[in-house]
Design a protein around this ligand. Structure first.
Ligand SMILES: Cc1ncc(COP(=O)(O)O)c(C=O)c1O
Length: 390
């Protein structure tokens, strides 16, 4: 009899067991055949599959209304696996400038392999049809976008993609599946950096790609071929994070709107971008695509220049100066100096990022304390005071 590695004790454990085995002893040739023919979710070698990983894949598929999900070592591994699986030399891909900066690094590698890229400003998404070519195979976007929280109308992108038969791939890390399910809005695939709100505690790195069973099969093949399979311990941490994910996502969004409303009235804050504010240029589209609030991410410009933004961040006492997002602690950074650093300077600013633009990821702290922290740091900017953290 083949024991299910997740229920080897007669009763079901309350938490997913961490199965650290690299390989599995074949109990019979028949079981081996059933596994390799895909008749059962069995296990032979960790690079192929792992029961702890498989359990969290099913949780994530359910969150994204997907038939299945492939989990891998990081959000960038997920993006790269998608590009490697579906693109080949001679293909063209459209990607929005306002996506996570490391996509630019990956594009340099893929260009060497004969894949052409067109970078589009999210503000220009309405004209996406103008950028399509007969060989456009894929359109990749984030909505809300990273870092400027621009909103892209998925209906418009889907309709344009259909004219050339291109796939639509949405990185849903900023929105999270609590607020938005891109597969229900016309996307073919959803990508996550599960390092962020899904994990939620700054203690694991993982990526995920959700979609149809057919996409699962193709992406699974890429993962087992190139070896981007997540380790069992990180999969366990991710499953634990997902238990509180909805509570955390709701708290972040509730706080984010309060913070956005506060920031809106502040003289030293310019160009605040939060999709939940009626002043956001695409608030109506966001309200159609998102539900239960608008997420925990917001972007704004501080004062007049980079020095003002640095002064502001240095003066914050509770909000931490770090990259990453979606975790229990509120985090702030200057994308020009961090997540977009690798891009040539003119590319960093071309679509609206300024040297004094900051990206705030709202955590689950008391929002009144966060507002108080922002208030005192803005007062430092107004007074031109240089504060340093204790
Ligand atoms: C929207 C988005 N996608 C993908 C990534 C890459 O994720 P990872 O750091 O897990 O590779 C990030 C990282 O910040 C991100 O913000």
């Amino acid at each position: 009899m083949y024991p299910d590695p997740l229920t080897p004790y007669g009763n079901r454990p309350m938490v997913t067991p961490i199965v650290n085995a690299v390989n599995y002893e074949y109990l019979s040739f028949d079981v081996l055949r059933q596994i390799t023919d895909g008749e059962i979710d069995g296990y032979t070698y960790h690079r192929d599959d792992n029961p702890t990983v498989r359990a969290v894949e099913k949780q994530l598929a359910a969150l994204e209304n997907a038939e299945d999900c492939v989990v891998c070592t990081s959000g960038m591994a997920a993006c790269t696996m998608v590009y490697l699986t579906y693109l080949q030399a001679g293909d063209h891909m459209i990607i929005f400038h306002d996506t996570y900066g490391a996509n630019y690094k990956v594009s340099l590698i893929l260009e060497r392999m004969g894949i052409a890229f067109t970078w589009v400003d999210a503000d220009d998404a309405g004209s996406i049809g103008d950028y399509l070519k007969p060989n456009t195979r894929m359109i990749v976007l984030e909505t809300p976008s990273n870092p400027l929280c621009k909103i892209i109308d998925l209906q418009v992108v889907r309709a344009a993609a259909d004219t050339v038969g291109a796939m639509v791939v949405v990185d849903n890390t900023f929105a999270t599946p609590y607020h938005q399910n891109p597969l229900n809005l016309g996307a073919n695939l959803v990508i996550h950096s599960a390092t962020k709100a899904l994990g939620g505690h700054n203690d694991l790195m993982a990526g995920a790609i959700a979609g149809s069973k057919e996409h699962y099969n193709r992406l699974w093949f890429t993962r087992q071929a190139i070896g981007t399979t997540l380790d069992a311990y990180s999969a366990f941490l991710l499953a634990r994070g997902i238990k509180t994910f909805e509570l955390r996502a709701a708290a972040m969004a509730d706080s984010a709107i309060k913070i956005a409303e506060f920031l809106q009235g502040q003289p030293k804050v310019l160009r605040i971008s939060y999709p939940g504010l009626p002043s956001h240029p695409n608030h109506v589209i966001a309200a159609r695509q998102m539900r239960r609030g608008f997420g925990g991410m917001l972007a704004f410009d501080v004062g007049d220049d980079e020095e003002d933004a640095k002064r502001f961040i240095a003066a914050l006492k509770r909000i931490r100066h770090a990259v990453s997002l979606g975790c229990t602690e509120s985090l702030i950074c200057i994308p020009y100096l961090t997540t977009m650093l690798y891009l040539p300077p003119e590319r960093r600013t071309a679509f609206g990022v300024s040297k004094n633009s900051v990206r705030l990821s709202v955590g689950i702290e008391d929002p009144a304390l966060l507002v108080a922290d922002l208030k005192q740091a803005l007062a430092c900017v107004a007074q031109g005071r240089k504060e340093t953290r204790p």
